[in-house]
Design a protein around this ligand. Structure first.
Ligand SMILES: NC(=O)c1ccc[n+]([C@@H]2O[C@H](COP(=O)([O-])OP(=O)(O)OC[C@H]3O[C@@H](n4cnc5c(N)ncnc54)[C@H](O)[C@@H]3O)[C@@H](O)[C@H]2O)c1
Ligand SMILES: NC(=O)c1ccc[n+]([C@@H]2O[C@H](COP(=O)([O-])OP(=O)(O)OC[C@H]3O[C@@H](n4cnc5c(N)ncnc54)[C@H](O)[C@@H]3O)[C@@H](O)[C@H]2O)c1
Lengths: 207, 207
């Protein structure tokens, strides 16, 4: 299998290529990609060669070709349909962002248990009752769910969505989730990000 | 220096210890810590021993003692004063969360350039004009800043805050930031999290 660090670099290449194509740039060298991304030119050439994308000596890589290749590798050749569970602060911010600024992911609906939120909208996206999540997930063949409920509701929420076909979870709740075999969970823990940053910044002075 | 993966585990231990102390649990074994965190008991013992925290055979670790030790290691013995730049969707969600649910970090103010937002509040926290950020950061000795502005304003924002004393940046804008020597930047890129999750979930079917 491919290493985790390579997989994390692919979305960065994709973002840079999207920006270049918007500016009608046809070719890009690994040196320029290095400047934009912060990875070494050698690392970039190695990553892309691994996936069978070779540049032409002196000219570099064709941006449109490379973008198509990376989209296929990540699995974004079809728009990914996703739902968000928890229409609170973070769920609202993610819904607004994904439905306006992220072309590869389509937030189809948001689910919540709070009667004050059910029936409302976040921009054009409806907030439904969590009780409707099972049938919605099955009817639309939803495979990816984003969890923005409090830690104490996260496990029951994940049990519910995986039971009805979800196989990939982006979890923001600060708790370890148990999932069935074959379900992928990525934890995006903002508190850990902030505290490890604080470690490095205070480590500088004291150590 | 300590490896990155150890540093990322410390906030998880801290969160578990906080929950245990709230439930008046005095002692915890590495086995129970393993169950709550997902790390192996052996890894936990190794991490804690590295920092000079040893459990008693058969009894485990004293939760209050261990918590104090980890707080000192991360550098949270004093509340960390921070500011958020960008009072949009994500900035609002982060402000609401940090000022209510995160005891270790204090969001003192939010800064924005949009006249419709300046002068408003997010809960109890004031939104000031970005022009006031330099003097505010210097007066309060702010070392940590969270960046939630669009990608094209991120570099100028970071230049501004680092010029006036900020040395640690949690960046949510999808762009590589250039910072002076000695400034720590952590990129919390939610799009990369989502796309690498999609890679793993689609990889399952196709490969
Ligand atoms: N906002 C942040 O910046 C931030 C930072 C770090 C971690 N988190 C984590 O992200 C999660 C969301 O945070 P938030 O700030 O948006 O919280 P929030 O309280 O604003 O929103 C949580 C939402 O989940 C809903 N909910 C609760 N139980 C539910 C259930 N069983 N089914 C469906 N909906 C349910 C609530 O009604 C509420 O609308 C939390 O776990 C939090 O710890 C958030
Ligand atoms: N919301 C999400 O879920 C999400 C997901 C992935 C990435 N991001 C990234 O996080 C950042 C914030 O996203 P958002 O959804 O909150 O955007 P947003 O447009 O809702 O908010 C951005 C805010 O920044 C302010 N701003 C712009 N330039 C500024 C400057 N020079 N100084 C001070 N304030 C300035 C704007 O007035 C606005 O209030 C963006 O870079 C975005 O790409 C957000």
């Amino acid at each position: 299998a491919i290493s985790k660090s390579v997989i994390k670099r692919l979305p960065v290449y994709l973002r840079i290529l999207d920006q270049l194509i918007e500016r009608r740039v046809d070719m890009i060298s690994s040196k320029e990609l290095s400047k934009e991304s912060g990875f070494t030119a050698e690392q970039i050439r190695k990553d892309l060669a691994y996936f069978g994308a070779f540049g032409t000596r002196g000219a570099g890589y064709n941006t449109a070709y490379l973008r198509e290749k990376i989209i296929k590798i990540i699995g974004l050749d079809e728009t990914i349909k996703t739902v968000i569970i928890g229409a609170g602060n973070l769920g609202t911010a993610l819904t607004r962002y994904n439905s306006t600024k992220n072309p590869y992911v389509d937030v189809l609906a948001v689910f919540d248990q709070d009667p004050r939120l059910i029936g409302k909208k976040i921009d054009e996206i409806n907030i439904y009752s969590i009780d409707e999540a099972p049938s919605f997930i099955e009817e639309h063949g939803i495979k990816v769910a984003i969890i923005t409920v409090p830690a104490m509701s996260a496990q029951e929420t994940v049990d519910l969505v995986t039971k009805h076909g979800v196989s990939a979870i982006l979890n923001f709740a600060p708790i370890k989730l148990n999932v069935p075999e074959g379900v992928h969970v990525h934890n995006a823990d903002l508190t850990i990000e902030l505290q490890s940053l604080i470690y490095y910044s205070s480590a500088e002075d004291e150590r």
